[in-house]
Design a protein around this ligand. Structure first.
Ligand SMILES: Nc1nc2c(ncn2[C@@H]2O[C@H](COP(=O)(O)OP(=O)(O)OP(=O)(O)O)[C@@H](O)[C@H]2O)c(=O)[nH]1
Ligand SMILES: [Mg+2]
Length: 292
């Protein structure tokens, strides 16, 4: 028998959803950082085994603290991912169940086969401390299963995969068995550059900064990538460029290394910084920039 289906990975920002996706498929596909809402798009990670094909769906962190069009679109994507999937993994931080987790869990009533994933157990020295939380949440929300894992170390990841497989419908695979994702190299390139931007600039970076690929050339053993970092105001341009261009050079070097690993070939990368204000102010404009 062969099973195939989708597994949504949802939860509030920063709990480790994207790190978990990467661990589940064994390949860095989705970008990660300490900044909330690092993930902005639904992204599929494919795991093919002899008995099953799992389509893991990473999603933006759900939060109601920040307003605006971008946040609205991100929250909608998160809810949609959770509703459409065969199995839903609600991820939280094993250290604490917060009002943010609570708010999101209450909106998941329509999702099928909900499992609660307590992530980051590598940070919990005394695992027995988790027990009361597990019992309370089980009682309140009736999760199918509650499973503690560490996306960082890989602890319990195989068990989690097993629990997902059991819950998938029977069916043939939907992707080739060597496929990794539904996203193009061009999309992944923009994402990896955005990851370096988020990681290196941290709180200095305005919420709405993004990366756009201007040109992407695929040659036999080389990719040529021309990309722009979009910022809202002139003053922010300087922050990204850095003193004597030092920052943007480092961004470019780090992003290029990441892309060479991902594509398995040489990458030529040219990065620019552009001021484009208001691109994230309306849902129409967000759609034009690839947001669903
Ligand atoms: N110690 C520890 N840290 C983790 C683990 N998983 C993720 N992290 C860290 O938690 C931070 C957030 O991880 P992400 O995977 O980007 O979290 P996310 O839920 O995808 O965040 P958003 O996309 O912003 O919603 C990063 O600094 C990760 O390295 C884990 O199992 N253990
Ligand atoms: Mg993420």
């Amino acid at each position: 028998m062969h099973r195939c289906g989708s597994v949504a990975i949802v939860g509030r920002p920063n709990v480790g959803k994207s790190t978990l996706l990467n661990r589940l498929v064994g390949q860095k596909l989705s970008i990660t950082s300490d900044r909330p809402q690092t993930t902005r798009h639904r992204i599929v990670g494919v795991l093919s085994r002899d008995d099953a094909q799992l389509l893991f769906l990473d999603s933006p962190g759900f939060q109601t603290r920040v307003g605006g069009a971008l946040n609205r679109v991100l929250n909608r994507t998160a809810l949609q991912v959770a509703e459409d999937a065969d199995v839903t993994l609600l991820v939280c931080d094993a250290q604490s169940w917060t009002p943010g987790d609570e708010a999101f869990a209450q909106r998941l009533t329509r999702s099928r086969r909900r499992l609660l994933v307590l992530n980051k157990i590598d940070e919990v020295p005394d695992k027995s401390r988790l027990l009361p939380t597990v019992q309370r949440l089980q009682g309140e929300y009736g999760f199918d299963e509650i499973i503690p894992v560490s996306a960082r170390t890989g602890r319990q990841i195989d068990t989690l995969i097993g629990l997902c497989v059991q819950r998938l419908p029977e069916g043939p695979r939907l992707f080739e068995s060597d496929a990794l994702t539904d996203r193009s190299e061009r999309f992944l390139a923009a994402e990896m550059i955005r990851e370096k931007l988020f990681r290196q600039l941290g709180d200095e970076l305005p919420y709405q900064s993004t990366v756009e690929i201007e040109r992407f050339e695929e040659l036999p053993s080389l990719r040529r990538v021309f990309a722009s970092v979009l910022v809202e105001r002139d003053a922010q341009k300087g922050i990204v460029v850095g003193h004597g261009g030092e920052r943007i050079r480092r961004l470019s070097t780090d992003a290029r290394a990441e892309l060479e690993k991902l594509f398995g070939c040489q990458v030529y990368l040219e990065l620019f910084v552009k001021v484009k204000s208001g691109w994230a102010d309306s849902e129409a404009s967000l759609r034009a920039h690839g947001y669903e």
